[in-house]
Design a protein around this ligand. Structure first.
Ligand code: GUN
Length: 289
């Protein structure tokens, strides 16, 4: 293995330690803790794990956590009413509705209903538009975390070719915009892109966010490139194991032979998402006072 491993667990722990200081100063100055409300509808096991981790880290960082667990058969009106209640609650600085929602619910109107000033996911069209226009707003957490890790490997992105695989509102589109804002030359690729392997071989920075286990092979990578793997895919269980292995969108062992720097899965981008969520909550709290 030749690549430097970019340790998202360590970087996120360092960021959370800094945020704990900011949270304590906020509480001292304002007389209350900054607060994050997390809404989980239903009992998707992966979402349960993510939400529990978000709640735990919020408390550990010295912030108030408001958890709302709704049954899987919750209707759209009930969910919208809860969002409205959280919008109106002065103790709540950030609102996160965990996605995906159960199939009978429509995420679009729910995201639109969140007060943009409390939209710590950065998914409201107002915040998405602000990112596009280069205006201050709330930036989606996984893209922010991915960028912090990119900068651990390469400080100046000017003129570098970044290829982003995946065009979701949550990751692909905002990470491409952040790379562009950092003066990279950005190509967005997706499931319909032709000659994907060839395109990836031209990338100085490769961000994989498609949700396809180990899609990106070692021979897709330009020697020395920075590889950021956003994918979290659970493979089918093997042998006696109850759970399958977690893998990213990149075939890690192969890629690490070629890349200059690479994020592992788990322990790469994942922990950064939560740290950036806490950062967004503190930013939202500061702007609200
Ligand atoms: N599901 C997976 N990642 C995320 C995220 O960053 N925010 C929300 N709301 N749901 C998610």
């Amino acid at each position: 293995m030749s690549a430097t491993i970019i340790d998202g667990k360590a970087v996120s722990a360092q960021l959370r330690a800094e945020l704990a200081g900011t949270a304590a100063r906020f509480e001292q100055r304002v007389g209350r803790k900054a607060g994050l409300a997390v809404v989980l509808v239903g009992n998707d096991p992966a979402s349960e794990v993510y939400v529990n981790s978000k709640i735990q880290k919020t408390k550990e960082t010295g912030m108030a956590s408001f958890a709302h667990r709704l049954p899987a058969d919750t209707d759209q009106e009930t969910l919208l009413a809860l969002v409205q209640q959280l919008n109106d609650d002065d103790a709540v600085d950030g609102i996160l509705v965990q996605l995906p929602l159960p199939g009978h619910l429509d995420a679009g109107p729910v995201i639109l209903a969140i007060d943009p000033a409390k939209d710590v996911d950065g998914l409201h069209p107002e915040n998405a538009g602000r990112l596009l226009a280069g205006l201050p707003g709330l930036v989606p957490c996984t893209p922010s975390g991915a960028m912090i890790l990119v900068r651990r490997a390469v400080e100046d992105l000017s003129g570098l070719h970044a290829v982003v695989i995946g065009r979701s509102n949550l990751v692909g589109k905002p990470v491409a915009q952040l790379l562009l804002n950092a003066n990279a030359t950005v190509t967005m690729a997706h499931s319909r892109t032709r000659n994907l392997a060839e395109l990836c071989r031209t990338a100085d920075i490769l961000v994989a966010a498609v949700g396809r286990p180990e899609l990106v092979r070692g021979d897709w990578i330009k020697p020395g490139a920075v590889v950021i793997d956003v994918g979290v895919n659970r493979l089918a269980p093997e042998g006696q194991a109850a759970k399958g292995r977690l893998v990213g969108d990149v075939a890690y062992a192969e890629a690490a032979q070629v890349a200059g720097a690479i994020t592992p899965v788990p322990g790469g981008v994942g922990p950064m998402t939560i740290a950036c969520l806490l950062q967004n909550t503190l930013t939202a709290a500061e702007r609200r006072i």
